[in-house]
Ligand binder design. Sequence first.
Ligand SMILES: *Cc1c(COP(=O)(O)O)cnc(C)c1O
Length: 432
Amino acid sequence: MLWHPCTQMKDHERYPPIHIRRGEGVWLEDEKGKRYFDAISSWWVNLFGHCNPRINAAVNDQLDTLEHVLLAGFTHETVLDLSKRLVEITPPGLDYCFYADNGSSAVEVALKMSYHYWHNQGKKEKTKFITLENSYHGDTLGALAVGSVSLYKDTYAPLLMETIAVPSPDCYHREPGESWEAYSTRKFADMEAALAQHHEQVCAVIVEPLVQCAGNMRMYHPCYLTLLREACDRYGVHLIADEVAVGFGRTGTLFACEQANITPDFMCLSKGLTGGYLPLSVVLTHTYVYDAFYDEYSTLKAFLHSHSYTGNPLACRAALATLDIFAQDNVIARNQDLSQHLRDATGPLADHPHVGDVRQHGMIVAIEMVQDKHTKTPYPWQARRGLQVYHRALAQGALLRPIGNVIYLMPPYVTTPEQIKWLGDVIAECIG
Ligand SMILES: *Cc1c(COP(=O)(O)O)cnc(C)c1O
């Protein structure tokens, strides 16, 4: 009857899915009344808790006013308000919002827009994209093609466009004593070489700024983004920042790009934008991109892309209510304090004989379990160590969902310091 996402359904013979009947704040409650702490924000979408009264009220109000209208030929106040707010809070220069309804679709929009921009400029030889190894940009075919997590991608390889993949600046394999900054800087040489060789055929470089989330929460230094911005300008190539996962405060700043003080040509947002309520995504871009499509209809330069629910009022209203909470509650400043608590709660795990790395960017902390600490030899994937941690943590009332051998916390921002301490203890017990 029901086929679950990203799941080998046979696993459910042994572990049936957990039936959730209600949510409140950081807690999910199953049908027997057992509660689970949502330490991964329901796949990184929730920021201010389940059934948040303020977001509920806004969505309810919208429901009584306008549930949906097509966004071609029509517009509405909620989408106009949201667009204005997004332009205000994103890095300077991002002046136009194009909506879709999930992260993968936003990536598809950015790829098509970048390609089409060059096409409209007469640069028809630009048809390729540069990506980082170990990146993830979604599961639709275009987004899958620019990602490189082989577990999701390899089976479909014959269906996918070819991309140019460059080694990742992720700092896990840096030399002993080498800083993140030195390592990420050194890794830029590969990107520089790829751009030098291919720039005439390349539309854009697409990256997940600072954290490759689905790629085992691997992290790098902001200096890489600064170097990348400068090189993209020098070679006449767009920069697409996929902030679907890291946007809205996850890395400590509202947007990860801020830490490198850069503005990408395209910025993809979803997940946190939705407050965890209703599917929504957006691509922000510059006036110069918008202008390259703006002409008489007969020139056929228009961007003829749409989704049925583009700019859905209910989803936009949930997003606006989410932005209101950021503005009213001084969230980014308060998260600095929570980040320190995350550091304190998980830092001691670095000494564990089967932990290879504890890394953090703001509100994301990841603990990598290894078979051999000194060689960083991973556990074989068949051992499914992460799955064992998952079940052990569930029994204690914590929803962790490790990626491979990497346990991570990406909690809602309404988590308390005491809860973070408890989560650290749960993780220590599970690894033990
Ligand atoms: C989750 C994710 C996507 C895909 O978003 P969906 O809404 O699942 O389609 C794209 N990029 C990144 C960086 C993501 O983490």
